[in-house]
Design a protein around this ligand. Structure first.
Ligand code: AHR
Length: 674
């Protein structure tokens, strides 16, 4: 034996000794079944993109109006096709358009005195599933108004608890004098003397002189960052707590519209809120078995608010806009779409959006942004063109967009689509087309059952490293026969996400979908965050997303079992795992293990590439699991399934980690090497 070989053998023996003797160990570890995973701590791998793990926002399930957007008044501008939908009127009330203050929202109401002093004229709004108020909280009422005749008039504004058995149902009230023939905005803050679940906002005419009212609004004073056209604090906090890397907006199918007329038009969503025209929301009628005839888009939460929120929560904004194809699921005829040679205004919309986000304040759209209060550019870097499109009609329309965007904004990254399915003919046709067009990322969608999620651990291992990158833009595990939020679906999402993490060189963005759902107004589930008018709850899937997003690290690490990625393959006992290095944190090695099996499994993570002095000195283990796989957190029990952190005792200079991962468990280890 040469001296060199002798030294190598000695080193191997020392390593083996250290591996078997110095371990971080779970208290219940026994080595009867041992799944050995080798973690290479020396070779720092591909960079994790800052855009990894983000948000997909669509106004579905009352996500904007009635949800994140804190406005409490439905049909505030009387622009629904049935002008008084959401309102009750009494006495002498007339819907009018003459002399309206806002050209794009031309309807307003005129309140005139009843013909007897004991009678009343007024209107009352039912809100979104009720006008809800919290005891002692303040609400900012505002209205655009003018006296309808020569004399000044007076209105009384009330918050009423219409199911209360108390002597008085009024929980807040104020009076306003309307003393001008010109339209003006009037405001007053109402303080609720008690909590109200399903209340109403009432406005009585208190004078004999009449009044004209437009854009009736009621916001909590306490909105996210105290903004007047604001967002619900609890819901934004839930988004911020995910530390999202990217924020896609405004969808989803509503980008396309049922027809071109109802597509999301970003230019209608900016400028003064009073003059943003109403749009139909396709989710009001897409599913007749969950029909919501009062679901419209006020555009109060529009593109400015989206960019501002992205900035607030540190996510890269990713707007998606129409490619000139109306929803292909709902339109068989080519006539539904814009002919290729008539796409110019649509392409201009894309270019103008970049100017709105990034342009100088003396440019047309940069000025609109500045006038809305944001002189500095939003530094938009990505744009998606088209949602779930397919067939030749998509690439032929996308091409002129790509040409125009590349010519004017060569640094902006373009996201194309691979259609509505995660595989199959449309998918196989579109990926090469996207590569040919040279888009930067391709959006993939998969709402799939358990079997699919279990089989996709290696999905991205095989992707072309030279082509466009992947944006897993809409996904969620839809349990077979169990299409609702439940822990087992979240577990399989976590298993799948280890494959995203292992392939961060090719997967650059991933967003669970949909994001939000109102418990009284949903059309689609499962969803990430649920709420009613005053409470919200984070689902188990939320905690899975959060675990990955807040522990995404800066670089991938290689973790192998029997020389293969741990991806639920044959002989791997239903285990999935991935690992990252975090250059920004002290506890800079992170291993995520997902046990999808119904038995617990022993896992022995051996650290490869350590120097003799190096070892684990402390570790934190986080677990997410549930004894009831078919349930999730609820508004009444929001903490049924939450991650549990534990500091684990460490023997000095430990060279490996032994853990018994319980059945159906997401487990994460975070540790520094010293
Ligand atoms: O997330 C709900 C819908 O699913 C989206 O609008 C659409 O893109 C997909 O089909």
């Amino acid at each position: 034996m040469s001296k060199m070989t002798f030294v190598k053998c000695l080193m191997l023996l020392v390593t083996l000794f250290l591996l078997t003797n110095c371990t971080v160990s779970d208290e219940d570890y026994s080595a009867s079944d041992e799944n050995i995973m080798l973690l290479d701590v020396q070779n720092i791998g591909a960079e994790v993109q800052g855009t990894m793990y983000g948000l997909f926002f669509e106004d579905i399930n009352y996500a904007a109006d009635g949800g994140l957007y804190a406005e409490k008044i439905k049909n505030r501008s009387f622009e629904f096709p049935q002008a008084l939908m959401g309102w009750k009127s009494y006495g002498k009330v007339e819907v009018r358009t003459e002399g309206a203050p806002f050209a794009r929202n031309p309807h307003y109401v005129r309140l005139s005195a009843p013909d007897h002093s004991q009678k009343h004229t007024g209107i009352e709004n039912e809100g979104f599933f009720g006008v809800t108020a919290i005891k002692d909280a303040e609400y900012r009422f505002s209205v655009w108004a003018r006296q309808s005749g020569t004399e000044g008039s007076r209105i009384q504004v009330e918050l009423d608890n219409i199911v209360s058995m108390e002597e008085s149902q009024v929980v807040a009230k104020a009076e306003l004098d309307i003393v001008s023939r010109e339209w003006k905005k009037y405001c007053v803050v109402l303080k609720a003397s008690e909590s109200v679940g399903k209340g109403v906002l009432r406005i009585f005419l208190k004078s004999t002189a009449g009044v004209d009212l437009e854009h009736v609004s009621l916001f909590p004073v306490d909105t996210w960052k105290g903004r007047e056209n604001g967002l619900r604090t609890d819901l934004v906090q839930a988004l911020a707590d995910l530390r999202p890397g990217v924020f896609r907006f405004p969808g989803g199918c509503i980008v396309e519209g049922t027809d071109l007329e109802s597509r999301y038009q970003w230019k209608n969503s900016v400028g003064p809120v009073e003059n943003r025209p109403l749009n139909e929301n396709r989710w009001h009628y897409t599913f007749t078995h969950r029909f919501y005839p009062d679901y419209y888009q006020s555009y109060g939460l529009g593109f400015f608010e989206f960019f501002q929120l992205s900035e607030d929560i540190g996510a890269e904004p990713l707007p998606v806009i129409s490619v000139g194809l109306a929803c292909q699921f709902q339109n068989d005829s080519q006539d539904a779409h814009v002919p290729v040679n008539e796409l110019k205004p649509y392409i201009q919309d894309a270019l103008d959006l970049l100017e709105f986000a990034n342009g100088p304040i003396d440019s047309k759209w940069g000025k609109v942004r500045a006038d809305m209060g944001h002189e500095a550019p939003f530094n938009l870097k990505y744009i998606g063109i088209g949602n779930e499109q397919w067939g030749e009609e998509y690439p032929e329309r996308l091409k002129p967009f790509v040409d125009a965007l590349r010519a004017k904004y060569p640094d902006v990254k373009i996201v194309g689509s691979s259609g509505p399915n995660s595989e199959g003919a449309q998918f196989d046709y579109l990926w090469p087309e996207m590569t040919k067009l040279g888009v930067d990322l391709v959006d993939e969608h998969f709402y799939r059952p358990e079997s699919w999620f279990l089989s996709q651990g290696n999905r991205y291992d095989k992707y072309d490293r030279q082509g466009p990158k992947v944006f897993a833009g809409e996904y969620a595990c839809h349990g077979k026969g169990k299409k609702w939020n439940h822990f087992h679906a979240s577990l399989l999402e976590a298993a799948f996400m280890t494959g995203l993490e292992r392939n961060v060189d090719v997967v650059h963005m991933a967003t669970y979908a949909p994001l939000f759902a109102h418990i009284e107004g949903w059309q689609w589930r499962p969803d990430l965050i649920w709420y009613d008018n005053s409470r919200s709850v984070r689902s188990a899937s939320y905690y899975v997303q959060q675990l990955f997003a807040t522990n995404k690290g800066t670089n991938a690490l290689t973790l192998l079992m029997d020389g293969k990625p741990v991806a639920g393959n044959e002989g791997q006992n239903g285990l999935f795992a991935s690992a990252v290095y975090d250059a920004t944190d002290e506890a800079n090695y992170v291993v995520k293990i997902v046990n999808t099996d119904s038995l617990s499994h022993n896992v022995h993570i051996q650290l490869v590439g350590l120097s003799e002095e190096q070892g684990v000195v402390e570790a934190v283990r986080t677990r997410l699991n549930s004894e009831e796989p078919d349930v999730d957190n609820t508004l009444d029990e929001p903490n049924r399934i939450v991650p549990i952190e534990k500091s684990i005792k460490v023997k000095p200079n430990s060279k490996s980690i032994k853990t018994t991962v319980p059945a159906s468990t997401v487990e994460m280890w975070r540790f520094p090497l010293k």
